[in-house]
Ligand binder design. Structure first.
Ligand code: TEU
Length: 521
């Protein structure tokens, strides 16, 4: 079986993981020093957010040089060392590739500006005499005017001009970039904004009621040809390398097209991430995930949080537990959110396929809602004039040890402030506590690694009461999650393998999950 079909993959958001240089920003030196922690956690692979040379207008998703490391994070030699040391720890390495747009400081965009209207350099981007009606995903229009009067397209920040994927230079350049990193030994790529590269001919307006099945700026059928070509390239390398696409396409059938055998191996399951903490909704999204992945033969992925969304401990502690944009800072019942977060961890790690953990999930970190406005850095906050809080609250540096900030993150300050309450959530504090979130994740990942029933495969729903999710994985494994308001009986079992919370008089309490062995081992 290919490793990526059932892997537990840990997202390292480099700038917030660990700071080796002392400038307040996480880096490769910090990550390399902490690799033993990740090995001990029990994950199979790391996905690293972009580490390339960047002005950091969007935390590195604005790339100026795809073949070198930003000095903030380290050097190319340190990246090589990281890849090799991770492999020594039996951790695969997935890097983040950003093909939809470059930074406005990329040499191509500078040449396009210098070349002026009508120049061949402008054809690598989308320059026009007049904008259309497309909005930027980060707020405001998707067009910015340059001094000579032309406008350029940016689906995200104005510092992130969209590339023109009809241009042969663009296609050739990204295949060359893929080879550059494959030659350095990476095991895979996370493809940023994977469904948006190709735009409809002539860049037509969205109009008042755009047809969700025929958007001019997303999920164009022509994009698949790019991934077929990338897949051929990847398959020409030895070893089992993989792609995971960031695909925010809500129609399951359209989503599944990206997972055809000659395209991407996997894609993030955002419908699952967005689902409220309600049994019916979760069951429906699990069923539709299995139904859409099955025919393609692709393994599903299960993901609760990432560097773009409100941390799930906070989401699950609110009255509305689904994920939408952060237009509100409604506080959360963190005890409830944590309890549900523990149960959700066991649910995701028991479902068939791969699982993604975002750094800090294993510590039960919550969304930091009270970052002062002047310290917020996400361009989303600025572009929406604060109407959206932005994503800084899920990007706060990791607390490692000690009683006060920076909690061992580095020798000095941190690029975003850490809540003093995180003293109870440091790695050091949780390592000492067998009931901590960290201990739960370690045990669950160990069982998941040892248990042949888990990872890739199939599942079967068990009959269960209302608001209960219960399923088996052959051979002999069952998971039950109680989302009801009352304690329930456990299904038949020979042994309890793991609980997200204590039983009460032999019953599984609300918002609690159990892993069970059924039959003889
Ligand atoms: O995100 C793509 C994307 O569509 C995001 O706008 C996402 O929907 C939003 O953040 C959810 O709140 C990717 C990266 O993950 C993100 O960090 C980048 O800012 C973005 O691309 C641009 O590269």
């Amino acid at each position: 079986m290919s490793w990526w079909r059932g892997a537990a993959i840990y997202q390292v958001y480099l700038r917030s993981f660990a700071d080796g240089s002392g400038d307040g920003v996480g880096d490769l030196a910090g990550l390399r020093a902490r690799l033993p922690y990740l090995r001990e956690l029990g994950v199979d692979a790391l996905w690293l957010s972009p580490w390339y040379v960047s002005p950091m207008a969007d935390a590195g998703y604005d790339v100026a040089d795809y073949r070198d490391i930003d000095p903030l994070f380290g050097t190319l030699a340190e990246a090589d060392a990281l890849i090799s040391e991770a492999h020594d720890h039996r951790l695969r390495v997935i890097v983040d590739i950003v093909p939809n747009h470059t930074s406005d400081r990329h040499p191509w965009f500078r040449a396009a500006l210098a070349g002026g209207p009508g120049s061949p350099e402008r054809e690598r981007y989308h320059f026009r005499d007049a904008p259309n009606d497309w909005p930027s995903r980060f707020g405001g229009p998707a067009w910015t005017r340059v001094p000579d009067g032309e406008w350029y397209l940016h689906l995200f920040d104005s510092s992130q001009p969209d590339l023109n994927w009809e241009h042969p230079d663009v296609r050739a350049e990204f295949e060359s970039i893929l080879r550059f990193w494959l030659d350095r030994g990476v095991d895979g790529f996370r493809i940023d904004v994977a469904d948006r590269l190709v735009k409809a001919d002539g860049l037509p307006d969205l109009g008042p009621g755009p047809d969700p099945m025929d958007l001019p700026h997303a999920d164009r059928p022509e994009v698949h040809e790019i991934y077929r070509s990338w897949r051929k390239l990847l398959d020409s390398y030895p070893g089992e390398r993989m792609f995971v696409g960031e695909i925010w396409v809500s129609d399951p059938a359209r989503f599944a097209l990206y997972l055809r055998p000659d395209e991407l191996h996997t894609a993030f399951n955002f419908p699952f991430l967005r689902s409220p903490w309600e049994a019916d909704r979760l069951r429906a999204v699990i069923d539709s995930t299995l139904a859409s992945h099955g025919p393609a033969g692709a393994p599903p992925t299960w993901v609760l949080s990432n560097h773009d969304v409100t941390r799930h401990v906070t989401r699950y502690g609110r009255s509305d537990t689904g994920y939408t944009q952060r237009t509100r800072d409604e506080p959360a019942d963190l005890a409830l959110g944590t309890r549900r977060g523990r149960a959700a961890a066991l649910l995701t790690m028991a479902l068939p396929g791969g699982v993604y953990l975002y750094q800090g999930d294993e510590l039960g970190l919550w969304e930091v809602l009270d970052i002062p406005a002047e310290l917020r850095q996400d361009p989303v906050t600025r572009r929406t004039n604060g109407a959206e809080l932005g994503r800084d609250g899920c990007r706060v540096p990791i607390p490692w040890e000690g009683a006060d900030p920076p909690f061992g993150f580095g020798p000095g300050r941190t690029w975003l402030p850490q809540p003093p309450e995180w003293r109870a959530l440091t790695v050091a504090a949780q390592e000492r506590d067998p009931d901590s979130m960290l201990s739960l994740y370690r045990t669950a990942l160990r069982i998941r690694g040892d248990e042949p029933a888990l990872g890739d495969g199939t599942m079967t729903w068990l009959p269960a009461g209302p608001d209960v999710l219960a399923f088996t994985r052959d051979p002999g494994f069952a998971c039950v999650v109680n989302l009801s308001r009352a304690p329930i009986e456990l299904p038949p079992h020979t042994r309890v393998l793991l609980l997200s919370g204590d039983l009460a008089h032999g019953l599984l309490p609300p918002d609690t999950a159990a892993w069970l062995q059924q039959g003889e081992p």
